[in-house]
Design a protein around this ligand. Structure first.
Ligand SMILES: Nc1ncnc2c1ncn2[C@@H]1O[C@H](COP(=O)(O)OP(=O)(O)OP(=O)(O)O)[C@@H](O)[C@H]1O
Length: 295
């Protein structure tokens, strides 16, 4: 068995004349939790559509559990738990009917996991999905995915509509699911703080398709925020050394993966008068915004 759950190579995609990515490369190792993070509109959902074969890319390849995305067999699809926008197509069914409908497709079906989650909503089992709130529908889909006990979970914005308590509950379930071993999770989320204890690796997708993949622990260790005294001239452009400058707040900040000396040398050369101050503490969300910018 390959040690790769998802492999993306040379992936290029565009809508009309707008290129989302060009020659995107990354892999999701088996047994890891990998988060795809990026601002609104960078192409996270599109990437999941391409991975599941719902759309064909303009160029390049995606492979999931060893098969080409555009030719995923039903047997391989049954090993993938997918949470996807609009995924719950049969909303005329009730809580009970949808569980009975899904069950035969999945060999490892664990119906008690489904009911353990959905019964917490305290809705009668003959309640129709069409008459549920957005968060309640998400709870049904997550219940179906946990019942499936899949080898690979692909979760697009899993927290959509979930209240804080249910989000925590979901994370507990996910941790338990991962304890069974050899399970892979590829997820997107806008709730960056939830990633801290859950995720092994992060993939940052930037506008224009730049991609940065690294272990979360390396990102937390190496990506730093320095207090900054700006120079008098306009700042130098950001690049691989100076990843981002935030000059709008009361405390100007510079974000970088580099050591202080290298940044200071660059500032002396390109931004006279600018000085680096202390390293400021960051939450994961601060670091994410520091890397990707506020808007
Ligand atoms: N079918 C389509 N036709 C044209 N443009 C599209 C289509 N689907 C998505 N787009 C555009 O492609 C870009 C990426 O969309 P996508 O939904 O993949 O982003 P995302 O990263 O998932 O965003 P969000 O974080 O807001 O969910 C957006 O600018 C969107 O408007």
């Amino acid at each position: 068995m390959s040690d790769t759950a998802i492999e993306v190579s040379g992936l290029t995609h565009h809508y009309g004349r707008r290129t989302l990515y060009r020659d995107l490369e990354f892999r999701v190792p088996r047994g890891k939790v990998v988060a795809l993070l990026g601002k609104n509109g960078v192409g996270k959902t599109t990437l999941i559509r391409l991975l599941m074969g719902f759309q064909r890319p303009a160029g390049g390849h995606c492979r999931v559990l060893g098969e080409d995305s555009h030719a995923l067999s039903p047997a391989t699809r049954a090993r993938i738990g997918l949470l996807f926008e609009g995924h719950l197509a049969y909303d005329f069914m009730t809580i009970e009917q949808i569980e009975r409908f899904y069950r035969p497709f999945y060999p490892n079906w664990r119906h008690e996991r489904y009911y353990d989650l959905v019964d917490r909503m305290q809705l009668p089992r003959d309640h129709r999905i069409a008459n549920m709130s957005c968060g309640q529908r998400s709870q049904v889909v997550l219940g179906l995915i946990f019942a499936q006990d899949p080898e690979l979970m692909i979760l697009d914005d899993y927290s959509m509509g979930l209240d804080a308590g249910y989000r925590r509950l979901f994370l507990d379930y996910l941790a338990r699911y991962l304890d069974a071993g050899e399970r892979t999770v590829f997820l997107t989320s806008h709730v960056v703080q939830d990633m801290e204890e859950l995720v092994d690796e992060v993939i940052f997708l930037q506008r224009g398709g730049e991609l940065l993949q690294m272990p979360l622990a390396d990102f937390r260790r190496d990506f730093r925020c320095f207090a900054l005294t700006p120079g008098e001239q306009p700042p130098p452009p950001t690049d691989r050394l100076i990843r981002n400058l935030d000059l709008h707040g009361r405390q100007p900040r510079l974000y970088s993966f580099a050591e202080r000396d290298r940044i200071a040398a660059r500032l002396a050369e390109q931004w006279p008068g600018a000085r680096l101050g202390e390293v400021l503490p960051m939450t994961l969300e601060d670091a994410f915004i520091g890397l990707t910018g506020k808007y």
